[in-house]
Design a binder for this molecule. Sequence first.
Ligand SMILES: C[S@@+](CC[C@H](N)C(=O)[O-])C[C@H]1O[C@@H](n2cnc3c(N)ncnc32)[C@H](O)[C@@H]1O
Length: 300
Amino acid sequence: MSSIISYPDRGHWGKSSYRGNCSGHVYKDLYQATRPNFVVDPCVGGGTSVEVAHDMGIEAIGLDLHSGFNLLSDSILSAAGKPSDLCVSHFPYHDMIVYGGNVHQVIHPDDLSRCESVDDFIEKCHLALLNQREAVRPGGYYATLIGDLRRQGKYYSFQSDFIARMPADELRSVIIKAQHNCWSDGQNYQGRFNKGLPRIMHEYLIVWQRPEGGVSLLVTLVKMSRKAHDQLWSTWKTVVRHAMIQLGGQADLKTLYEAIEGFADSRIAGNQNWQAKVRQTLQRAGCFQPVERGIWKLAS
Ligand SMILES: C[S@@+](CC[C@H](N)C(=O)[O-])C[C@H]1O[C@@H](n2cnc3c(N)ncnc32)[C@H](O)[C@@H]1O
């Protein structure tokens, strides 16, 4: 398997009539690369992943909302009965195809194709990925197949949100898959907002590996929240530095506040004490120096 895959033929596995189904060759290649003895798919849809596994002599269980399993409230590990070597998912791509009530008849508020917003979708997928991670043995793999979405001219690359939210040191592979005969052809991508921008013809298969040492979920979540904190601090440093560059490399606090308010309002809206945060950044970031009281410049 290489980091770019393309299968014009989906193979005989699963149901070609199940909308948004995936080529069985994706699973075949993934199983050959990760060599699992036991696979779980918590969004099995038309059953492609499980049929491929059975053909290859691999034990496999498929779960889905359509058959009573909700990966946002039920433990995959408990449903599978034992830790798996690979837990692979293929979530809906937000509401590109609405499953409950269309593809199957189970209408449920936790249907990932019925999320109220993109943020809601990403938050729920994060929860689902953590559930997948819990379902694999130490050293086991968890993976997901996800596409991008363009909506009213705005581009959403869900893969980047997933990668940012999951433990960075567990990421093992990002594979680009060419899309063939997409359901979304002529639906979302060619709308009037597309304005000739490239049509989306690829998806991503992202593969993580749970550490051998069996690191607890709590330790992982603490590490992830520290990373998010560091990223926020680094963003403040960049915001203040950018403002200082725009102001010629030196500015008094009042001018600096005005410049920052002008371009960073969404960040500021979330932080009541943003002016104090600017002063703290000037004092601690190491790339600014005081000129006189209330006046700062970029450090030389
Ligand atoms: C893209 S399809 C999977 C297609 C599958 N890979 C195939 O080849 O047929 C996504 C599936 O996720 C399921 N799903 C959506 N929300 C879910 C949830 N909360 N829990 C479990 N499954 C869910 C849908 O019912 C749908 O079958």
